[in-house]
Write a protein that binds this ligand. Structure first.
Ligand SMILES: Nc1nc2c(ncn2[C@@H]2O[C@H](COP(=O)(O)OP(=O)(O)OP(=O)(O)O)[C@@H](O)[C@H]2O)c(=O)[nH]1
Length: 294
């Protein structure tokens, strides 16, 4: 957690109190607090309200204004003890408000409570966004990021590529080797797909039963084709036997993709349909291949 207070003694007292149980970072002004939160992403910030240059209210406002830190839990610790001050701090989005001089036991109890809430929120976020079988992003997360990246690409004129991956003859795999073996294969393919993506903004998601989507922002058609081809080759290199496949003796995947070009006024749905049409083409022309829209 981060303790931000301009008073060295206050910082020290809080740090002494919390250090036996938590990893503690210190900041002596608002600017430093923002910089350390961005760099270390602490679970909790104990923030003094009255600081010179940038007060705690402003620090909180800026944290909330940045999508990366908007969710950071902040407890105000302040000498301003009027009910209006406390209400104001909570209205601004602080998780809690502790009045100085504080009671050590109460601070510890509140810190523990808020850390528990942070853990619960993260768990809920995970449940809402991650597919439990493959550990990839789920359909819901994909839909949200596809919208975001599509908007961003339209604004910036940068390319956006989308690939859809489908395991070949997976019904036959399940029928031949059993559903639990099918699940293991799905996980292995998901790992190969995830490992094939290198940039932080790239996303591999489980779109449907045995269909994955790869979202590649700022990636042109030639680069995206290469990523898709690497994923296809990585799955082939797993050398998983598939005796019931019409595509060959080993498990394979087909991938279809399309790139939203810089000048295109193409809708999100049209881009998706184009990738899906290419996936169909990859299946029709023999599977175990990548087909990309020209
Ligand atoms: N084991 C397992 N199978 C799944 C899961 N989700 C979907 N499937 C199976 O995936 C299969 C998809 O089959 P189809 O859509 O007919 O396609 P396919 O057999 O892969 O054939 P092509 O796509 O034409 O190569 C179905 O049998 C589903 O039951 C899952 O979570 N685990």
């Amino acid at each position: 957690m981060l303790i931000a207070d301009d008073d060295a003694i206050n910082r020290q007292v809080l740090a002494e109190l919390l250090k036996p149980e938590y990893t503690v970072l210190l900041a002596k002004n608002g600017e430093q607090a923002l910089e350390r939160v961005a760099r270390h992403m602490p679970d909790l910030v104990l923030l003094d309200v009255m600081m010179p240059d940038m007060d705690g209210y402003e620090v909180l406002r800026r944290l909330r204004g940045d999508p990366d830190t908007a969710q950071t839990a902040v407890i105000f610790i302040s000498g301003m003890d009027r009910p209006e001050d406390e209400a104001n701090g909570l209205k601004l989005g602080a998780s809690d408000y502790i009045v100085k001089p504080f009671n050590a036991t109460v601070v510890m109890a509140r810190v523990a409570l808020h850390l528990q809430l942070v853990r619960q929120r993260r768990m809920l976020e995970r449940l809402a966004n991650v597919d439990s079988l493959t550990e990839l992003a789920n359909r819901r997360r994909f839909d949200a990021l596809f919208e975001l990246e599509w908007q961003r690409a339209r604004r910036s004129g940068r390319p956006l590529s989308l690939a859809l991956l489908d395991i070949d003859c997976f019904k036959q795999y399940n029928d031949h080797y059993g559903h639990p073996a099918g699940d293991r294969v799905l996980r292995a393919v998901a790992r190969a797909a995830g490992a094939g993506l290198r940039r932080p903004a790239d996303l591999a998601a489980r779109y449907g039963g045995e269909e994955l989507a790869l979202l590649l922002p700022d990636t042109d058609a030639a680069q995206a084709y290469q990523v898709a081809e690497n994923v296809r080759a990585a799955v082939a290199a797993l050398q998983i036997a598939h005796q019931a496949s019409s595509a060959g003796p080993l498990l394979s995947v087909s991938i279809g993709g399309a790139t939203l070009d810089a000048h295109g006024a193409e809708s999100k749905a049209a881009l998706f349909e184009a990738a899906d049409a290419c996936l169909y083409r990859a299946k029709q022309t023999g599977r175990d291949r990548v087909a990309w829209r020209d």
